[in-house]
Write a protein that binds this ligand. Sequence first.
Ligand code: C5P
Length: 228
Amino acid sequence: ANLVAVIPAAGVGSRMQADCPKQYLSIEGQPVLWHSVSRLLAHPRVSQAVVAVSANDPYVGDIQWPVDKPVHVVTGGKERADSVLAGIRYAISVCRADWVLVHDAARPCLRAADLEQLIATSMSTNIGGILAVPVRDTMKRSDNGAISATVDRTALWHAQTPQMFPAAELESALASALTAGATITDEASALEWAGKQPLLVEGHADNIKITHPEDLALARFYLQQELV
Ligand code: C5P
């Protein structure tokens, strides 16, 4: 089966308060996006990558990708799901993808062993799955800043990426969900919307999504430690 990585990288990263979008900030001499893409391509089952960037992105052309596998660049969209859909469509029509592995550009610390676990688990089912970690903290429901309830955390997980699904099925679920106006913040939610139950594959909390300024230092630390 042809497995293609799709990396949404068309966000502006407004919460980072940086000079350039967070996927282009540098860690160990390479942009965050380079690390994220390289970790996906390092897996022998991943044949190529499709990166979705914003229109007139001035940064992506300067990246020196790992040379052994193709990296395609396409134009993303207004919301993350629009960028993912553009990438998946390219992966299907040009790369002939059977499966897609969708991974946030802003998650450079993905562990090879977690990626392997997700790929093995997803391929052994027809549904696909996502990396996720169980919630650690006690969870509260807020009612205008005051606690209205303590939520049972035993069934709660943090959804991460990568998220891996049969390409055509994810394409159709995403397109239908977007057309219907559903709120889609990850790939699994599109499949859930279509009535599927994607698998949860337990990963690690160091697979952070760089979101706030303090996250960059943490990602640097993880990458330098080779813990990941
Ligand atoms: O903003 P957020 O952290 O949720 O973004 C997650 C990922 O989706 C990032 O890699 C970002 O670049 C990407 N994204 C995108 N197109 C958008 C918005 C976000 O590709 N319109």
